[in-house]
Design a protein around this ligand. Structure first.
Ligand SMILES: Cc1cc2nc3c(=O)[nH]c(=O)nc-3n(C[C@H](O)[C@H](O)[C@H](O)COP(=O)(O)OP(=O)(O)OC[C@H]3O[C@@H](n4cnc5c(N)ncnc54)[C@H](O)[C@@H]3O)c2cc1C
Length: 388
């Protein structure tokens, strides 16, 4: 099959999240016939705040040159990070220019705004909302993709970009539930009138086995992300209970930080267990492959979930356009991505646990532990200097 033949393949992507849309843009620009199927009925303002790093931004810039400037305008180009006490006192500030050497900055943005920016780069008629995928079956000639209450779609290949609870993965790999990392998360994005953070700062509040990130996400919105070590992953029965849980946990914190949570409408709060999966040796079978959280869910500790997903999106589109058949494309995709993702997933899981250590626990661990294969600085260089 020549590359031109590959271009005739009908590609279905399940999930119009960050990875599904980024991959759709890359494929559409290369001339592929691509359609995206999303379970949500509309693009509502949901999701939390994200930190976008040079490796993810470089991938997005390859996919759609100039998009990083647009994201910067809708989000925040972070100039300074600030470490705060739970009483909202600034302990230390650091310039964020350590990323400059990689050619892209640190940007904080709201998941939903980024989804909107990505969706705006695609013809509206290729995104199909209200399509909850329930599974697929494949044969020599194509893939049938099943949707809850909607007609089955036939495509030549299927990309599962349907997140950490992926229905495509459940059908393809069937490896059960993700692993709970003994960490719970509560987050929201709100309009913020009070001064907890300068407009170009990103904040980190360290408590005892708990912490909070504060992100400016543009347009006067602040994203707060509170996390706590927890052995119990049961969720609240309703949104008001979720809000009360956070307020109880930060009852001793300073007023400006408590006020942020108090001012958050309960329905905006996302409560969740932090989960990942152990790295896998394959992400594809036949005509079906995975991308993003569906392929390699990870703890947020290294802020690599969406950043590594954007790498996947670009590399998969490149592999599809350079190969002469599907199996060659998926083999190349896996060879280029899986070894790298193993390192990122493993490091992120460890990072998640280290977040909650006290100073003495950290020293004790470091005394007994073999040093990491890469120091923090080496990991950062390796991460951001990736050749796409
Ligand atoms: C607390 C927290 C903080 C984070 N912080 C960062 C950060 O700072 N930086 C970073 O890079 N990453 C971060 N992440 C991770 C990041 O959000 C994800 O890695 C990223 O969104 C993955 O993109 P995705 O497209 O694979 O999945 P998603 O963005 O989850 O999108 C999946 C899409 O598929 C749709 N879908 C799901 N099931 C179906 C179905 N059956 N049928 C059809 N559609 C379906 C969903 O509605 C959604 O639109 C964080 C995650 C958490 C939990």
């Amino acid at each position: 099959m020549s590359s031109n033949k590959m271009l005739q393949q009908r590609i279905a992507i399940v999930g119009a999240g960050l990875g599904g849309l980024a991959c759709a843009i890359a494929l559409h620009k290369k001339g592929f016939n691509v359609e995206v199927y999303e379970k949500a009925q509309d693009f509502r303002p949901v999701g939390g705040g994200l930190g976008l790093l040079p490796n993810g931004l470089k991938s997005l810039n390859n996919i759609y040159p100039g998009i990083v400037e647009e994201i910067k305008n809708y989000g925040c180009h972070v100039q300074e990070t600030v470490l705060k006490s739970t009483q909202n006192e600034n302990i230390r500030t650091n310039p964020a220019n350590r990323f400059d050497k990689y050619g892209f900055p640190l940007i904080t943005v709201w998941w939903w705004r980024l989804q909107q920016i990505l969706a705006s780069k695609l013809p509206r008629n290729i995104i199909h909302l209200d399509r909850r995928c329930t599974g697929f079956s494949q044969d020599d000639k194509g893939v049938d993709i099943y949707f809850d209450g909607k007609e089955t779609i036939r495509a030549d290949l299927l990309i599962g970009a349907d997140g950490i609870k992926s229905a495509v993965r459940a059908n393809l790999i069937a490896d059960g539930e993700p692993r709970f990392l003994k960490s719970m998360s509560w987050r929201a994005v709100i309009k913020c009138n009070q001064q907890v953070l300068n407009p170009d700062q990103m904040g980190f509040v360290r408590g005892h086995r708990e912490f909070m990130y504060l992100l400016n996400v543009g347009d006067g919105d602040i994203a707060w992300l509170y996390r706590q070590q927890a052995s119990d992953n049961s969720l609240s029965t309703n949104k008001d209970e979720a809000k009360s849980r956070v307020l109880d946990k930060i009852a001793e914190w300073g007023k400006p930080l408590r006020a942020l949570v108090e001012a958050t409408p309960s329905e905006r709060i996302l409560e969740g267990a932090i989960c990942d999966r152990l790295p896998k040796d394959f992400w594809s079978k036949g005509r079906v492959t995975l991308l993003g959280d569906a392929a390699h869910p990870m703890a947020p500790a290294a802020a690599q979930g969406s950043n590594s997903t954007f790498e996947d999106a670009w590399v998969l589109a490149e592999c599809l356009s350079n190969a002469s058949n599907i199996s060659e494309a998926f083999n190349n995709y896996e060879q280029r991505r899986i070894p790298r993702l193993k390192i990122i997933q493993t490091r992120s899981a460890k990072g998640e646990m280290h977040y909650y250590e006290t100073e003495s626990e950290k020293l004790e661990r470091e005394k007994h532990e073999k040093p990491e294969e890469m120091t923090g600085e080496e990991f950062s260089d390796w991460l951001h200097n990736y050749q796409l």
